[in-house]
Design a protein around this ligand. Sequence first.
Ligand code: UFG
Length: 340
Amino acid sequence: MKKILVTGGLGFIGSHTVVELQNEGFEVVIIDDLSNSSETVLEGITSITNKKPIFEKIDLKIKSSVEDFFKAHNDISGVIHFAASKAVGESVENPLLYYENNLNTLIYMLKEVLDLQESNFIFSSSCTVYGQADTMPITESAPVKPAESPYGNTKQIGEEIIVDTCKVNSNLNAIALRYFNPIGAHPSANIGELPIGVPQNLVPYITQTGAGLRDCLSVFGDDYPTSDGTCVRDYIHVVDLAKAHVIALQRLLNRKNDSNFETFNVGTGVGSTVLEVINAFEKVSNSSLNYKFAPRRKGDVVSAYANTTRANTVLGWKANSSLEDAMQSAWKWEQKIRNL
Ligand code: UFG
């Protein structure tokens, strides 16, 4: 049984990926510093898979802790590196926190991964690297545009760090997965998204409004050049996204990769407007959502959705769930955690 390290494995995407890895028979070790997650997520994972992953609470910013971890676990066959800060607004307020959290930790991890017998590395990247792409849908060869935020910059620089390291270390095999907008929860509703404070992202804001925690959703902008004036995004079910990680890992473990650094868009290929997301929520919840139009949000691009041909044909992965499936699972999760 191959042992896989998942950093940030108690977070939203990390926890769903741990479930899929365990379902595929991998032994999983989670590192998480619990800065934006809870140890109770371990119970959720265990209840779904009937297997408790190994968990170590480690702050990856402490280099010696990373070194000590790998001394004790030199039999790791692959690393999926989620651990990072991800709030765009916070990154603008506190850029050094973001550069330290997201880049120092990446460097410490890579140094250790290079010394493993099997140096397989999957990096959480983002469609934010494309900025407002000139053509839709976005292919992996679309130019990387100047980042809108320090958070986005950490994803761009993170990819560059890996590219440069791969160039001079042929034993290192890496894949950067560029996520579009992950939403939803495990269909069991035993794990899901747990935003701290007021949600910044659309779907948790919608479900919290539906659950009565928020009065009204503000729809940021109604005069964009789209079908209904609201922004377009590619919303992908987190379970589909989690499965993409397992397939990417298997590609590296089986040495099926074409080069030692590859990138893949992970989205559905379908663009949805904010109003379409609201409609999907209203349908699955059989309720009407209280929302109002508000000014545009700074930094929002008009439209971003993926061309998924590379992921479909080269990686052999495809998103299976619809927007409604994802909204259904997000609503089920919200109802469960609010005891509705
Ligand atoms: N939106 C609202 N109201 C809200 C929240 C969001 O109308 O209360 C709208 C946004 O304006 C946007 C859409 O819903 O049009 C999606 O917004 P999210 O915040 O959910 O997602 P983003 O597309 O802004 O965020 C994604 C990733 C981030 C990444 C960012 C880069 O989730 O990790 O793209 O732009 F940094």
